[in-house]
Design a protein around this ligand. Structure first.
Ligand SMILES: CC(C)(COP(=O)(O)OP(=O)(O)OC[C@H]1O[C@@H](n2cnc3c(N)ncnc32)[C@H](O)[C@@H]1OP(=O)(O)O)[C@@H](O)C(=O)NCCC(=O)NCCS
Length: 184
């Protein structure tokens, strides 16, 4: 069983110095206000267009999807199969999420998203999450990122990921990889 320790932990917004908390989403009260906050972030143009436009061709991330997301998150923590964290502002509201998508400690995929209103917090949140993951026993991480998603590629590079040059060209995604050593 993979055990994450030392959270919640503090995350600083690199751009303005504001303080946030990185917490397991399973430990957050799934109140209506949090559901609305998650829905609202997922409907921000940069997030919706990168992550949800194919899933929701009608053009809107529905509140029901945020509720399903929270159920999926709870299952992941209970069964030890995937691990989703949220970065919370000083009011305890979600501003971004990041996740380790499997329990494959040899090589686990990560993902993340952030409200543009809190730009500056994502890299440090992913650094904190992968640091906790390494302490929990993960050896390597990878991320699949759209070729046109420059902001996300920059996050990965700041955290210590590098592009896998052997990943098939012609795909519309790059594969980025990080090892325990490249992150810490
Ligand atoms: C990808 C995404 C999370 C990036 O958000 P972001 O606000 O650009 O990311 P950060 O908070 O890490 O960085 C913002 C700025 O702060 C600065 N910064 C943040 N942390 C920093 C650090 N530790 N060191 C130096 N600079 C830092 C950088 O200047 C950065 O801007 P730049 O990349 O233009 O130079 C956001 O665009 C998003 O949610 N997109 C949609 C979802 C998505 O694409 N997810 C990833 C799928 S693979």
């Amino acid at each position: 069983m993979i055990v994450f320790r030392n959270h919640p932990c503090e995350v600083i917004n690199h751009l303005n110095g504001d303080r946030y908390t990185l917490e397991s989403v399973a430990d957050i009260d799934p109140s209506q206000i949090q559901v609305e906050r998650i829905t609202s972030i997922c409907n921000e143009p940069a997030v919706f267009s990168m992550l949800f436009s194919e899933m929701f061709p009608e053009g809107r991330y529905p509140e029901s999807a945020a509720r399903e997301f929270l159920n999926w998150v709870t299952d992941g923590w209970q069964q030890g199969t995937h691990f989703v964290f949220a970065t919370l502002d000083s009011d305890g509201l979600v501003v971004s999420t990041c996740d380790i998508k499997s329990d494959n400690i040899e090589e686990a995929e990560i993902g993340y998203l952030c409200s543009s209103a809190h730009s500056g917090v994502m890299t440090n949140s992913v650094k904190a999450m992968t640091g906790l993951g390494i302490k929990a026993g993960f050896e390597n991480f990878f991320a699949l990122v759209r070729v046109d998603n420059i902001a996300s590629q920059r996050v990965l590079e700041r955290v210590g990921f590098h592009r896998d040059e052997e990943f098939p060209q012609g795909s519309n995604r790059f594969r980025y990889m990080a090892t325990r050593k490249s992150i810490l």
